[in-house]
Design a binder for this molecule. Structure first.
Ligand code: ZN
Length: 358
């Protein structure tokens, strides 16, 4: 039996028979990444306010496939009180969030490069670059980005009273300059983690006549959720308020910081490791959601089959299960793992992964 550090022991919640399993779920409270731009000049337009806006239609501002290699992490907050609600009546937003966060899985995807693209044609008004990409973890980090909350980004005048502000781009990736005309789809830079951001994403705020607009609802809509909608998107964007961010294997309990950094993604690990853990990171989990974890040894034997209920909602959620390598029980070969997140009868995400121990 291997001696465990205190930190390790604290993560062991469960023992099944003679197999010691790790199980831990953590809400690290990824909080309020966002971007308030320094003063955004309101632009006066000559059209009468009462006139129905001639809405331009906007494209997705990120060059990736939603639900596959990127996802919407946070929606627009439609609640004027200190509480927060998004248009789908869920809680995948936070107080005062005046835009949409299009996120990518981790810093490795960020380093590879995912383009931020102009949602519509327009003229670049203001630009900033040179702000470092750093994942915010605490209040000190937040204080340090005061004045550059938007990080690297730009404001584009999309015409007819519309503006969009793009935030948190990767340092030194911005390729447009003030005064430039852009077309819909023009690459503006790369998704980053600059400014007030605790995960790699692009935050976009759309404004009509200087007022932030929820792009899933359109301008002049009632507050709250379950309301008439007139989205400004050119193509429907599915509302998916819960889903998988990433999953993988680790040889020690992972934390959110390491996960966002892109660690613990190996497909081969040493059989002599002190433990084998299968972890899953999700967004938008709710109290009462159920997680089922399964782990199978190379010979097909079920090493773990555990279901547990999530006790509190979390915008980003990390949990794992694992086996300690007591008496060299981590046999070489291909280990398989399965995960299922369910809400009532509904399966919200299903994950299957393999890792080779050798
Ligand atoms: Zn945001």
């Amino acid at each position: 039996m291997i001696l465990l550090s205190k930190k390790y022991i604290a993560t062991i919640l469960l023992t099944v028979g003679l197999t010691i399993l790790y199980s831990c779920a953590k809400n690290t409270g990824v909080s309020a990444p966002i971007a308030e731009a320094n003063s955004i000049a309101q632009r006066l337009v000559s059209t009468a306010v009462a006139q129905q806006p001639n809405n331009p239609k906007f494209g997705q501002p990120i060059g990736c496939t939603l639900g596959k290699d990127c996802f919407v992490m946070h929606y627009f907050d439609r609640d004027p009180s200190p509480a927060a609600v998004e248009f789908g009546c869920g809680r995948q937003t936070y107080d005062g969030h005046d835009g949409i966060d299009f996120a990518i899985p981790d810093a490795k995807a960020m380093a590879k490069g995912v383009p931020v693209i102009a949602s519509a044609a327009g003229k670049v008004l203001r630009v900033r670059d040179g702000v470092v990409d750093r994942r915010l973890q605490n209040q000190t980090d937040k204080a340090n980005v005061a004045g550059t909350e938007c990080g690297n980004g730009m404001v584009i005048d999309h015409g007819a009273g519309w503006e969009a502000q793009y935030c948190h781009l990767r340092q030194n990736s911005v390729v447009v300059k003030p005064g430039m005309q852009v077309e819909k789809g023009t690459v503006l830079g790369m998704v980053g983690n600059s400014g007030k951001a605790s995960f790699p994403h692009v935050h976009v705020t759309f404004r009509y006549q200087g007022k932030p607009v929820d792009p899933f609802v359109g301008p002049d809509a009632k507050l709250g959720c379950n309301i008439a909608r007139n989205p400004i998107w050119d193509k429907p964007i599915d509302y998916i308020s819960t889903g998988l961010i990433r999953a993988g294997f680790a040889t020690k309990p992972p934390d959110q910081n390491a996960i966002w950094a892109g660690e613990f993604s190996e497909t081969k690990l040493p059989a002599k490791s002190s433990a084998l853990l299968f972890w899953v990171q999700s967004y938008g989990v709710l109290k009462g959601d159920r997680e089922q974890y399964k782990l199978f040894a190379p010979n097909g034997q079920t090493i773990a089959d555990q279901t547990s209920e999530i006790k509190a909602p979390s915008r980003t959620w990390l949990s794992y299960i694992g086996k300690r390598n007591s008496t060299n029980s981590l046999t070489p070969g291909v280990w398989r793992a399965e995960y299922r997140l369910t809400r009532g009868d509904r399966v919200l995400s299903e994950v299957k992964r393999e890792v080779e121990l050798r």
